[in-house]
Design a protein around this ligand. Structure first.
Ligand code: RIB
Length: 297
């Protein structure tokens, strides 16, 4: 199976602090590091580490950060042939504060904003050769919706992780194969009228809602609402845990797993990813996930 990610590529400027600062507050920082990130690139790396043949589609600037991010993807076994280097925008940057087992993130989109319809048209033939396309909300939303339509027309399954939170039009919800918001994103997309359980029952085996330390839930076709509890972890940094979950879920669904098995696997992979600093450094290999699951997949 060949998997594609169309999404963001960032360098993460990450600082640790004892806690997340309050509005107007200045706090002393711990360590400041520059590490590979971007929800798109993170998901591609998670997928490749788990053994999937993965290609990254997106844009970086013609700068040192862009070169480093492409090199990092290549080093992780991700195909970078379709990444466009743009002259008129810098590589995306995320400013991240890590504290109290949580984080805050501000993203400066830069070249990620150049992932537009014209770019998609230029890589369309290649993209349509993939077996599954994985998307997030860190490139222009118009592009995300354009790709969902395109993939639906060509019967290519899609996974849409609607992060950062933004509304998703009803026709796009109908067309994506899997929609994977967290609770906050689900609230924004669907409104507050329905409970999580009611929402899941409305979209069986399509809607997957992640709930942080409480795990991940979906509704099976049988009507059973399934919650896979989070695996306990020695948390160092939760940045990229959602990306690991999405990447791992996509890999296992593409490999033919059912929802329950794919979510158990993805949950384990995500929890392992929190045990190291940075979005990508803790992302596990398939062997590591297997071991953490006690040898069972
Ligand atoms: O999901 C984590 C990612 O969000 C970070 O790597 C950062 O780049 C932001 O895009």
């Amino acid at each position: 199976m060949k998997l594609a990610v169309v999404g963001s590529i960032n360098i993460d400027q990450t600082v640790t602090a004892q806690r997340i600062p309050r509005k107007g507050e200045t706090l002393p920082g711990g360590e400041l590091r520059y590490v590979p990130g971007g929800k798109g690139a993170n998901q591609a790396v998670a997928m490749a580490r788990l053994g999937a043949e993965t290609a990254m589609f997106g844009c970086v600037g013609a700068d040192e950060n862009g070169r480093k991010m492409i090199d990092n993807l290549k080093a992780n076994g991700v195909n970078t042939d379709y990444i466009r280097v743009v002259e008129d925008a810098p590589t995306g940057i995320a400013i991240i504060t890590v504290g109290e087992n949580d984080n805050t993130i501000i993203v400066v989109a830069g070249a990620n904003g150049r992932v537009d319809r014209a770019y998609v048209d230029s890589i369309k033939d290649a993209l349509l050769g993939y077996d599954m396309v994985v998307l997030q909300h860190e490139i222009p939303l118009d592009t995300v919706h354009y790709i969902v339509q395109l993939c639906a027309e060509h019967h290519i399954p899609t996974v849409l992780n609607p992060a950062p939170a933004a509304e998703v039009p009803m026709d796009i919800i109908e067309k994506v194969t899997y929609l994977t918001p967290n609770e906050h994103e689900a609230g924004l997309i669907f409104g507050a009228d329905k409970t999580t359980e009611e929402l899941l029952r409305t979209y069986p085996e399509k809607l997957v809602i992640t709930q942080g330390s409480r795990g991940v839930s979906t509704c099976l076709r049988s009507g059973e609402v399934l919650t896979v509890p989070a695996r306990p972890a020695q948390v160092v940094d939760t940045t990229g845990a959602g990306d690991t979950l999405n990447g791992a879920f996509s890999v296992r669904i593409a490999a033919g797993d059912g929802m329950k098995a794919a979510l158990q696997y993805a949950n384990t992979a995500a929890s392992l990813s929190t045990e190291k600093f940075g979005a990508q450094s803790g992302m596990p290999t398939a062997e590591e996930v297997k071991r953490a699951m006690g040898g069972v997949q």
